[in-house]
Design a binder for this molecule. Structure first.
Ligand code: NAD
Ligand code: UDP
Length: 316
């Protein structure tokens, strides 16, 4: 297939481009580099099956030649209010790419009669009152809270994707991605895994917000990309959770990273991130992905962190 990947110079997008090329597809990566970087796709320069177009997808999209699938990943994704790459610093861009960007990406898919896959998020569940979260849960989102620019944009993106499916008969897929980590994440992305690894490799204490008892479930990027690829090839129109159900506390993650990097500086407790409306618990129920895609993550946290730490060590 000839596949358009929006957000193709980002962390997940660039790994996805690699995988699609390895499967023999042609890839057009479109990105405005607002949070991504050409370093992520530099190794693809000169590849005849790969084309990069620098473009903001919140504006009308034109892709020369045929398009058989559109994978829409463009969006800032870090909730950290102090990172220049966090969506709290990019609120209007985040709302626009989730709304206008998704509309344009759907428009390309419709014009080319192509299959469309939306990279949605566990954030559509907000600070969940159901645990673990399955796809039937409607979520608990504050429409005017600090995360709303991202959460509501993604909820709108799901809604307009379903509208194109129902009213234009577009062939659509919705992936609800849970916390994903791996090589190529920006050193200053602001999310917990890059923050902790950079701090640990610099022999500094790891900054834990609050009591560290809040939980997340971390999925290694190769596993996630496998799930996205299977979803693309499947016939599953309903949203599908993609994530690793192995849940741990943020305090536990800090301890593990300090141990793996032999960092003796310990942790530094910072006030709870009230300005970021930190969800207390998050864990995917992946029964649907298992059943319809035959997918479940295979890379355990220590193995994935080891690969990520080595990548960060080189870049630091
Ligand atoms: P990222 O910031 O590395 O990648 C996003 C890419 O989109 C960047 O390259 C950025 O420059 C590009 N982009 C943003 N706005 C754009 C626009 N208007 N036009 C063109 N390009 C634009 O983040 P990521 O972690 O790789 O996330 C990729 C996708 O997956 C996002 O849609 C995100 O919401 C979703 N997601 C990620 C996670 C995760 O844990 N990494 C979890 C849930 C959902
Ligand atoms: N976190 C932390 N220290 C950091 C960065 C994040 O303790 O330096 C915590 C944050 O408060 C949250 C969890 O780690 O509870 C995951 O945060 P992240 O920014 O990675 O994304 P989220 O899952 O909140 O969207």
């Amino acid at each position: 297939m000839r596949i358009l990947v929006t957000g193709g110079a980002g962390f997940i997008g660039s790994h996805l481009c690699d995988r699609l090329l390895a499967e023999g597809h042609q890839v057009v990566a479109m990105d405005n580099l607002i949070t991504g970087t050409l370093d992520n796709i530099g190794h693809l320069a000169g590849n005849q099956s790969f084309l990069f177009l620098k473009h903001d997808v919140s504006n009308f999209i034109f892709v020369p030649g045929k398009v058989e699938a559109v994978l829409h990943l463009a969006s800032p994704a870090s909730p950290n209010p102090t990172s220049p790459y966090g969506y709290p610093q990019l609120p209007i861009q985040t709302l626009k790419v989730g709304a206008l960007g998704t509309h344009h990406a759907l428009g390309v898919a419709r014009a080319h009669k192509a299959r469309f896959l939306l990279a949605s998020t566990s954030e559509i569940y907000g600070d969940p009152q159901v645990h673990p979260q399955n796809e039937d849960y409607w979520g608990h989102v504050d429409p005017i809270g600090p995360r709303s620019v991202y959460d509501e944009a993604k909820r709108f993106a799901e809604a307009i994707t379903m509208a194109y499916h129902r009213y234009h008969d577009l062939d659509t897929r919705i992936a609800r991605i849970f916390n994903t980590y791996g090589p190529r994440m920006r050193l200053d992305d602001g999310r917990v895994v890059p923050n902790f690894i950079v701090q640990a490799l610099s022999e500094e204490p790891l900054t834990v917000y609050g009591d560290g008892m809040q939980t997340r479930s971390f999925c290694y990027v190769d596993d996630l990309v496998e799930g996205l690829y299977r979803l693309l090839l499947s016939e599953e129109m309903r949203p599908v959770n993609l994530g690793n159900p192995a849940e741990l506390t943020i305090g536990g993650l800090a301890e593990l990273i300090n141990q793996m990097t032999e960092n003796e500086a310990g942790t530094r407790v910072l006030p709870e991130r009230r300005d970021a409306a930190d969800p207390q618990r998050r864990k995917p129920d992946i029964a649907r992905a298992k059943q319809t895609l035959g997918w479940e993550p295979g890379v355990d946290l220590e193995t994935g962190l080891h690969r990520t730490i080595e990548d960060f060590r080189i870049r630091l």
